[in-house]
Design a protein around this ligand. Structure first.
Ligand SMILES: *[C@@H]1O[C@H](CO)[C@@H](O)[C@H](O)[C@H]1NC(C)=O
Ligand SMILES: *[C@@H]1O[C@H](CO)[C@@H](O)[C@H](O)[C@H]1NC(C)=O
Length: 410
């Protein structure tokens, strides 16, 4: 739950207690979501029976022909002129891979009130609602008055997190639980977001509550049409909560981008984004930058990059500094050639300090032998992956105490 229990207004505390007591004595046990939505015990089963639509997709992804070189930057083009409240909010949210807003971005946004983007109809609704919060409000102050907020709290939405996001308070206070939110919750349940994941999901992407249901269905149908199965889709959405907030053509461009840029086939492109779905929602700039770093700065060949990325997709979004520092040590200090690094791309995600400590110890013992052609070869994999005890016993052939003593001298 979002706040310490004692900080909730009395009404909510009572509701929570009653709900918990009721849950405790009702078997089969109902979840809070069931109570909120008054759902029957088994509600799903209707997954993906939506009307299928045809898409005109731009992509590479569909065609086997060599792609044209245009259309890479639709993302920024598309979001330069936000036309709806959702797009504006989304633009503020999806700024990096962790969807956290930096202070500069907050500054950028402050002059634009999200309210300016609301239609007249919406505006009328707002007037009818209780007065909107002043600039320095906490959503907690509104929980008492807003059924919607109360119910979101019960679902585990963290209001203290949400109130830091520009526009969130206004949006949530405008929505009606029964009319606006319930159907989205049912939809999310249907596509595989578990009850106990909803709170965290909505804390990340509350904007989805304001989304048109038909749009969401269209996007799921698009993913299905690209042969992502139900398990894939729910997994992707849970790991990248903004996924369904993007229009089909943007998703399509993204798939096309990775397919083309990495030269992967359809299956491998699919695997890549299933494993790291934030590739479809986050900024492309770090990805493009890392690709450049691998190719130009670190000197990997195209097929080597392809291999590393399909093994460990996360290295596409690792920090550039970490990549270059790791490479510099492994290649220039340990003299491990490119083709051996390619066999173990995990090294870019490992703790560099550990690599340094172990290599130093081996060097000290005269055992730092990384050439597979010679005896007593030590692979990067072994060097990095195994626990200290095993490393000492199997590789360094020393005691753990010796290793620990050695580390103190560094
Ligand atoms: C809610 O968010 C606040 C602010 O980010 C954080 O300090 C708090 O631990 C969160 N509460 C829960 C239950 O996650
Ligand atoms: C869905 O596809 C994944 C691979 O993308 C596969 O591992 C999984 O078994 C499939 N699940 C179902 C239910 O078909």
């Amino acid at each position: 739950m979002a706040l310490p229990f004692s900080r909730y207004p009395m009404k909510i505390r009572n509701f929570i207690i009653i709900t918990q007591i009721r849950n405790h004595f009702t078997r089969p046990r109902k979840t809070i979501l069931h109570c909120l939505l008054a759902l029957p015990q088994q509600s799903s089963g209707s997954f993906l029976h939506w009307r299928f639509k045809n898409y005109r997709t731009s992509s590479l992804w569909n065609s086997s022909q060599a792609p044209s070189s245009t259309g890479q930057d639709n993302i920024s083009a598309q979001y330069t002129h936000p036309t709806s409240l959702n797009e504006l909010l989304l633009k503020t949210e999806v700024t990096n891979f962790d969807s956290q807003i930096s202070l500069e971005e907050l500054d950028d946004l402050s002059p634009i009130s999200p309210l300016q983007q609301i239609s007249e109809e919406d505006a009328l609704q707002i007037v009818a609602e209780p007065p909107l919060p002043p600039a320095s409000f906490t959503l907690r102050d509104y929980v008492d008055r807003s059924k919607t907020l109360q119910k979101l709290v019960l679902l585990g939405v963290n209001l203290s997190k949400l109130e830091k996001r520009p526009g969130a308070g206004n949006l949530l206070l405008r929505l009606d639980f029964e009319n606006d939110i319930q159907k989205i919750l049912l939809f999310l349940k249907d596509i595989g977001v578990e009850d106990n994941q909803l709170g965290a999901f909505l804390t990340k992407n509350y904007i989805i509550l304001n989304e048109d249901l038909e749009n969401l269905r269209t996007r799921v149908a698009y993913l299905e049409s690209k042969k992502f199965n139900k398990t894939d889709i729910s997994r992707m959405i849970i790991n990248a909560p903004y996924l369904l907030s993007f229009p089909v053509d943007r998703l399509d461009n993204r798939l096309g981008f990775f397919q083309k840029e990495l030269g992967l086939n359809v299956q491998k492109t699919r695997d890549l984004v299933i494993r790291l779905p934030r590739l479809l929602t986050g900024s492309l700039e770090p990805v493009k930058e890392n690709m450049k770093v691998y190719r130009l700065q670190l000197g990997f060949k195209h097929n080597e990059i392809q291999h590393m990325v399909t093994r460990i997709p996360k290295i596409l979004t690792a920090s550039k500094r970490k990549l270059t520092e790791t490479f510099d040590y492994v290649h220039n200090v340990m003299h491990i050639p490119h083709h051996l690094i390619v066999k173990f791309p995990q090294v870019f995600n490992s703790k560099l300090l550990r690599v340094k400590e172990r290599n130093s110890f081996l060097t000290y013992l005269g055992r730092a032998q990384y050439d597979p052609q010679k005896p007593n070869y030590i692979s990067l994999d072994k060097l990095v992956s195994i626990p200290d005890e095993e490393f000492c016993k199997e590789i360094a052939k020393a005691s753990l105490q010796d290793f620990e003593m050695f580390l103190k001298t560094l």
